[in-house]
Design a protein around this ligand. Structure first.
Ligand code: SAH
Length: 371
């Protein structure tokens, strides 16, 4: 039995069932046996691959987006460029290469990385060793110097722990939800069960509006950690200009269903199959994010599909320019473009959303602000 599996089994035996969020946190972030702290999970050799790992063009156009943000803020003398969950640091290094287009921007930049995994932090340090501006690491947003900021997170929200609720009495509305828990079956194997009691009233009040449509046995996922991050963003943007861009996979309206998934070497495996050694993610509910921002009085754009967002940032033009510069890579670049933008690949499943301070107008790449 895996080390983490036996620890979780012992813990549940001694203290009772745990929430899906607790299970995810143990599996992903346990400092000794967790998934992220103990390895570099990215790339072809790893378990999953992300947009910046697919193509340098992704980070480059995001770099141009950041440059535009800085200009929209009135080109402040310093700006914090903060990345949440930077993986191997590839996107940041592509952003900084594109940023070199404007010497004033480079001079203003202070990069801060927020990374839960010591192993990945070390990789980021290597990737960014020759960065053209200061780079440092922080434990969370509240620890970063105040001032204007640009915050980015690609495939960060999908690995934050979610809680799962099941509607057991739809006529009771919000009071009908009961939490899905991780427990042990009669052979001491990890399995799902359900809490006998309804969720707390506080929890009921934070559910997305989409919960109204639930039928009995529908499953709803919520991500309290994402809310906390919006809260910290709101606090930052209350005193200084800022934008926060998140790109991730998920629908733009609240949908029901269990989306917790485990990946190992690019294949889906059972979520209990090998705790601590598989990547766990859940899709992001962009409607719930928008509703939370509204409650916090934090300005948000409507989400747009990755395909549209990248296209407005000039991805195709970047592809043409790159293909000209590297004629032998033309087919490869066309394949990368296809993966990032095609509707059968990442183009429509992935969305971008931006939160910002009240002084700024609609950011580049988006169609409209949420009302
Ligand atoms: N953004 C990168 C990596 C995505 S994988 C890319 O697109 O390639 C998710 C990243 O978030 C990893 O770097 C992981 O270690 C980090 N991470 C996961 N949970 C985190 C948390 N709670 N706080 C900070 N970083 C976290």
């Amino acid at each position: 039995m895996g080390h983490l599996l036996s620890r979780i089994t012992r813990q549940i035996k001694a203290e009772g069932p745990i929430s899906v969020a607790e299970y995810m946190t143990l599996c992903l972030l346990d400092p000794v046996d967790g998934y992220y702290p103990t390895r570099d999970p990215l790339g072809c050799e790893g378990d999953f691959i992300t947009a910046p790992e697919i193509s340098q063009m992704f980070g480059e156009v995001i770099g141009l987006w950041c440059l535009q943000c800085w200009k929209d803020m009135g080109s402040p003398e310093t700006v914090q460029l903060i990345e949440l969950g930077p993986g191997r640091g590839i996107m940041m290094s592509d952003i900084l290469r594109a940023a070199q287009l404007d010497k004033g921007f480079i001079k203003a930049l202070r990069v801060s990385l927020i990374e839960a995994s010591a192993a990945l932090e070390a990789v980021q340090g290597q990737t960014l060793a020759n960065a053209p501006c200061p780079v440092s690491w922080a434990a969370d947003l509240s620890k970063i110097d105040s001032g204007p900021s640009i915050i980015i997170g690609n495939e960060f929200l999908d690995c934050l722990p979610i809680r799962q609720f099941i509607q057991k009495d739809r006529f009771a509305g919000r009071k009908g939800w009961q939490e899905r828990l991780v427990m042990l079956d009669d052979q001491d194997r990890l399995s799902f069960g359900i809490s006998p009691a309804p969720i707390s009233e506080t929890m009921q009040s934070t559910l997305p509006n989409g919960q109204d449509d639930a039928k009995n046995d529908d499953l709803l996922e919520i991500c309290p950690a994402a809310l906390q991050i919006l809260d910290q963003i709101k606090a930052r943007f209350g005193t200084h200009s800022g934008r926060a861009l998140f790109i991730d996979y998920g629908p733009d309206s609240t949908e029901f269903g269990d989306t917790l998934q485990a990946l190992k070497r690019h294949e889906k495996v059972g979520v209990f199959s090998d705790p601590g050694n598989t990547d766990l993610t859940a899709r992001v509910d962009f409607a719930a994010l928008s509703e939370s921002a509204k409650l916090l009085n934090l300005a948000a754009t409507l989400p747009v599909m990755q395909r549209e967002f990248l296209s407005k940032l000039g991805l195709e033009m970047r592809a043409v320019a790159l293909s000209r510069a590297k004629a032998d890579s033309k087919a490869k670049i066309a394949r990368q473009l296809h993966r990032l933008t095609d509707s059968t690949e990442m183009g429509e499943l992935f969305k971008a959303i931006c939160f910002q301070s009240d002084d700024l107008a609609l950011p580049l790449g988006f169609k409209d602000m949420a009302r």
